[in-house]
Structures are given as structure tokens and as C-alpha cells.
Design a protein around this ligand. Structure first.
Ligand SMILES: NC(=O)c1ccc[n+]([C@@H]2O[C@H](COP(=O)([O-])OP(=O)(O)OC[C@H]3O[C@@H](n4cnc5c(N)ncnc54)[C@H](OP(=O)(O)O)[C@@H]3O)[C@@H](O)[C@H]2O)c1
Length: 305
């Protein structure tokens, strides 16, 4: 039996929208990082979607401060360019703004090509961009277009980014993908039906991706950021008056540990910033379907157990 490994990426010439490999080769040397992490991120390249504000903006700053070259993607180019140049100035890191809608296949392909050409192959992809339901209402009252835009921003967006970036990670046999999850990835809220569907779909995407990557050194994770003060949470009536925000630095630390390869056994599983203890995660190897989406049986006799 041949050893089980990831399916090779589709040859680029069969799909003109996929980029051609430019800077394939060995990755940077690894050593201790500023966080006390066991490996440095210096010289590595990150691509963060939804980078212009909120969690994405915190992430690009945190990753750049740890020595990564960081590309940020968002639709509103003006705000994105300002954010990425502020981060570049504050950290001295190489930053790049690539304006694109994550749901636009051609735009995503062109943006990733630019990232590879200007910064190099992507070591860390963070699928962070996405929308939230415009109002708290049952699904039959939701505007169908906005409902699908929400689902599409997370699921189609995550899919398109993975489809464009992951084949090159597989070719280099290195890379990590983080899909930003939510409490609603694992439990629907009736008044946020689109977002619940979107975040659960994205979590399934992570599991399917991690499964397909088994046997390789490319890994995929779900990271729930907790409740971070951002334009999104400020727009949600359910968080009105809320004050116990998750410090964004907790999200940065968790994703830094993932990028440094410290949490690789958790590939295909959900981690939660602000609740999970990093040392505990580092010391554990998850078993069975721990931290994965599963149907809970009604009891011992449940035929679906
Ligand atoms: N904040 C929280 O407490 C929390 C909790 C759980 C999960 N999350 C998740 O964490 C991620 C970031 O949340 P946030 O609170 O920082 O959100 P946010 O403040 O609304 O920021 C969203 C970012 O995504 C970009 N974006 C939205 N749709 C896009 C698209 N189609 N293509 C490209 N970029 C797009 C936005 O810029 P443009 O509008 O210019 O495109 C912006 O940069 C989201 O996936 C969210 O679901 C957040």
C-alpha cells in the first residue's frame, strides 16, 4: 500500500485563474520567538483577509510585530491601504494591501498572485473576512440577498482563498490555514441564522481540508476569537452594554502559536482565544472527535451514535 498523503494540487495550466509558483523553496530557519514560542516567525509570509479593521487589523499588527511579512485583504481599499501602511510604519515589517472581495474568484486569484510576487509564498493564511446578519430576526424575515452575502463571505470566501493558496502549500509541504470561527459555529442562534450557517459551514470546510491534508505538513485550524470589541460586535444588538471583551492579544497569541507550529496536533479542530490555555493545548494530543462538530446521540440505543 502506498503511504497515505495529500492529493497533489491541480496543475496550474488546467486552471488559468490559479497562480503559477514563483518562490517555491525552503522556508526560513526556525528558533525561539519573542513570545517564548519555540520557533520564530521571522521571514514568513502571512495573508490575512478582513485586515482593515477589527480582529484582522489586530492580527496584521501582531503578526508583523513578530517578524512576519503580512498581506491584508479587504474590499474597501482606502481603509485597507491606510491600515497596512500604519502597521508597516509601526512595526518595520513588510506589509502589502491587496484590495479584493473574498467572494470574487478572479479578484482573489489576482490578489494572491500579487502577494506571492511581492512578499513570497504564503506560510499562514487567515480566513477572517466576513459579514454578519443585518438585523436580529428569524430567517424568514431576513433579506435573501443579504442572507446569502453573509454565508458567501465566510464559506465561499474561505473556500476560494484555500483553493488558491493551499495547492502551493502542498507543493512546499509547509503552511497553516486558520479559519476564524465563532460560538455560532457550534450552536445556532435563531436571530443570526445566516451567520450560524456560515460559521458552521466554514468549520466543516476546515475539517474537510485538514482531512485531505493528513500526512502532509500543511495544517488547518478553526480559531474562535471570543468576543472582541470590533465594528462587527458594535453593530450587533446582542452585545449592547457588554464589557467583558476578549483582549485581541489573546487571538494574536493563539494564532502566533499555530503559525509557529506549536499546535499542529490540533489540525482540523476548534480552539478558543481567551478560554484555551496555550500551555495546556501544547501539552495535549486531542483524541477522537475532540473539538470537532458531531451529532450528539440521544442515548445508548441511538442508531446514529
Ligand atoms: N468580533 C468578535 O467578537 C467575533 C467573534 C466571533 C467571530 N468573529 C469573526 O472574526 C472575523 C472578524 O470579525 P470582526 O469583528 O473583526 O469583523 P469586522 O469588524 O466587521 O471586520 C470585518 C473585516 O472583513 C472585511 N470584509 C468583510 N466582507 C469582506 C469580503 N467579502 N471580502 C473581503 N473583505 C471583507 C471588512 O472590510 P471591507 O468591509 O472593507 O471589506 C473588514 O476588514 C469575522 O469572521 C467574524 O465573523 C468575530
Amino acid at each position: 500500500m502506498p503511504e497515505k498523503g495529500p492529493r497533489p494540487p491541480r496543475p496550474p495550466e488546467k486552471d488559468p485563474l490559479l497562480p503559477t509558483p514563483r518562490t517555491l523553496g525552503a522556508g526560513p530557519e526556525r528558533g525561539p520567538s519573542r513570545d517564548g514560542a519555540t520557533r520564530t516567525l521571522s521571514g514568513q509570509v502571512a495573508l490575512v483577509t478582513g485586515a482593515s479593521t477589527g480582529i484582522g487589523r489586530h492580527l496584521v499588527e501582531g503578526l508583523a510585530a513578530r517578524g512576519m511579512a503580512v498581506a491584508g485583504m479587504a474590499r474597501s481599499e482606502h481603509r485597507l491601504v491606510a491600515a497596512m501602511s500604519e502597521v508597516g510604519e509601526a512595526t518595520g515589517a513588510r506589509t502589502l494591501a491587496v484590495g479584493a472581495d473574498v467572494t470574487d474568484r478572479a479578484a482573489v486569484t489576482a490578489a494572491v498572485e500579487r502577494v506571492v510576487a511581492e512578499l513570497g509564498q504564503v506560510d499562514l493564511l487567515v480566513n477572517n473576512a466576513g459579514l454578519i446578519d443585518a438585523a436580529e430576526e428569524p430567517l424568514w424575515e431576513a433579506d435573501p440577498e443579504q442572507w446569502w452575502d453573509v454565508v458567501s463571505s465566510h464559506v465561499r470566501g474561505g473556500f476560494l482563498l484555500c483553493r488558491t493558496v493551499v495547492p502551493w502549500m502542498v507543493l512546499r509541504n509547509r503552511g497553516r490555514i486558520v479559519n476564524i470561527a465563532s460560538g455560532m459555529s457550534v450552536r445556532a442562534r435563531p436571530e443570526y441564522s445566516a451567520y450560524s450557517v456560515a460559521k458552521t459551514g466554514l468549520m466543516r470546510l476546515t475539517e474537510a481540508l485538514a482531512g485531505a491534508l493528513e500526512g502532509s505538513d500543511v495544517r488547518a485550524f478553526d480559531v474562535s476569537p471570543g468576543v472582541v470589541d470590533s465594528p462587527m460586535t458594535r453593530s450587533m444588538p446582542m452585545w449592547r452594554g457588554f464589557e467583558d471583551w476578549t483582549p485581541p492579544e489573546r487571538v494574536v497569541e493563539l494564532i502566533t502559536a499555530i503559525a509557529a507550529g506549536e499546535l499542529d496536533p490540533w489540525s482540523g479542530r476548534l480552539l478558543r482565544a481567551g478560554a484555551d490555555d496555550l500551555d495546556t493545548l501544547r501539552s495535549l494530543t486531542p483524541q477522537d472527535a475532540a473539538r470537532q462538530l458531531r451529532l450528539r446521540p440521544y442515548g445508548d440505543g441511538d442508531p446514529l451514535a
